[in-house]
Design a protein around this ligand. Structure first.
Ligand code: SF4
Length: 212
């Protein structure tokens, strides 16, 4: 039976009333976003971090973020491992086909969340995890409603429980910055895909032009 959690208070009640530590596959987009999420969840769940991010461009950036999360997780936690999904950028390009130019926070991002979350639930099912969720809801640039909508759809489709997430709450994003500084983590200045990199460069150029 699907237990629908619809807000952060219900989520907090739910995790604090767990009487055992369920196995959770936590999809993570990068080390900085995993900081606060791990802090909130590690007491209640037996966690594996799942790095599945075909969106990241270029390839060097993908491996930089992967190295960073591997190092951070081993410094910050005990008994949490990182599983890498492999880098398949063509899956990302197929997922966002025709939506490339729509900009950050558009339906392009919905498809990007869905791709990574679907790969996560498939892995969770394959490895026998009871729950899956994602760090994607931490960033103020990400739409938590979409994340949760996709999560519950995937729960129905694959039969692995989705753990509601809205890690922005309780100053989650600020907390992630604080922990990232404490652990000297690399914090990228663009979301991840080729298009967000171009959008960032254009944004910086316009800002500079306006100041000159
Ligand atoms: S901006 Fe971020 S979430 Fe949106 S498509 Fe690009 S990488 Fe994915």
């Amino acid at each position: 039976m699907i237990t629908l959690i619809s807000n952060y208070n219900e989520f907090k009640d739910f995790i604090s009333n767990l009487d055992y530590k369920p196995k959770l596959l936590l999809h993570a987009c990068c080390a900085p976003c995993s900081t606060h999420c791990l802090l909130v969840l590690k007491k209640y769940f037996d966690i594996s971090v799942f790095f599945s991010n075909d969106n990241i461009y270029p390839k060097e950036e993908y491996f930089k973020r992967l190295d960073e999360i591997n190092n951070f997780v081993s410094d910050f936690t005990q008994n949490v491992d990182v599983i890498e999904d492999g880098y398949n950028p063509e899956d990302y390009y197929n997922a966002v086909k025709g939506k490339e130019k729509l900009g950050e926070r558009s339906i392009r991002c919905y498809e990007c969340y869905k791709l990574r979350m679907e790969k996560s639930v498939i892995m969770a099912k394959k490895l026998g995890f009871e729950y899956f969720t994602t760090t994607l809801s931490l960033s103020p640039y990400k739409n938590s409603n979409w994340v949760n909508e996709i999560g519950y759809e995937l729960e129905k489709k694959y039969g692995v429980k989705y753990l509601y997430s809205n890690f922005k709450k309780e100053n989650g994003y600020l907390d992630s910055i604080k922990i990232s500084e404490e652990y000297c983590l690399y914090r990228q200045n663009y979301c991840g895909c080729e298009f967000s990199l171009k959008e960032r460069i254009e944004h910086d150029r316009l800002n500079k032009e306006n100041k000159d």
